[in-house]
Design a protein around this ligand. Structure first.
Ligand SMILES: [Zn+2]
Length: 201
């Protein structure tokens, strides 16, 4: 028996979760990294998690869920009539612009990538994201940005950054046709001129 369902309309709650490839019946919260059970394609656990753990995001999600239900109803009613109204969507877009960014927002992703780079480059502890001074600083610069949870940085963002940097470096090394670290010895007949002086062994 296949539990697979053809999801025609994906619930808006999936904006905050990604499927865990290793654990089929679980989805990972992109806000805090927690694995939540989604057995039989059930999304109510996901919604409950957002509701209890991420209150601010839940306010947005509720609006999306309401809009999604309303648009489904509207779609059904208007199937034979004119095209669907987009005024509701526009209204919501402008509302969300003043609020926190969605995890799927490119600006949110870009800032998180820069944050991970800063942590690695400046050798900062990941726990910096929990420091009040840092939170205040980020909030002042960009109030729409959601500072990711420490666990998300540690388990996802930084390992992904590492992989990207590693493959970049690999590619650069592959482009090098030859690397001769032995040339001074051949050039100077075993004698190394300044600044090292003396003979190679
Ligand atoms: Zn979470």
């Amino acid at each position: 028996m296949s539990a697979e369902r053809t999801t025609v309309d994906k619930s808006p709650v999936w904006k905050y979760f990604k499927k865990d490839d290793k654990k089929q019946k679980f989805a990972e919260c992109t806000l805090c990294g927690k694995a939540i059970s989604t057995e039989y394609g059930n999304t109510s656990n996901l919604r409950k998690h957002i509701e209890s753990k991420h209150k601010l995001v839940f306010a947005e999600l509720s609006k999306l869920l309401t809009a999604s239900r309303a648009s489904k109803r509207q779609q059904a009613a208007q199937d034979s009539a004119e095209g669907p109204s987009t005024s509701k969507c526009r209204k919501m877009d402008s509302h969300l612009k003043e609020r926190k960014w969605f995890p799927t927002d490119k600006r949110q992703k870009d800032c998180t990538e820069k944050l991970a780079q800063m942590i690695c480059l400046d050798l900062q502890p990941i726990s910096i994201v929990e420091d009040q001074g840092f939170k205040d600083f980020v909030g002042c610069l960009q109030p729409s940005y959601n500072i990711p949870h420490r666990r998300v940085l540690r388990n996802n963002v930084i390992p992904e950054l590492f992989q990207t940097q590693k493959s970049h470096l690999q590619q650069k090394l592959n482009e090098i046709k030859s690397l001769d670290i032995d040339s001074p010895r051949r050039l100077y007949g075993g004698y190394c001129p300044l600044p090292f002086g003396g003979f190679y062994h």
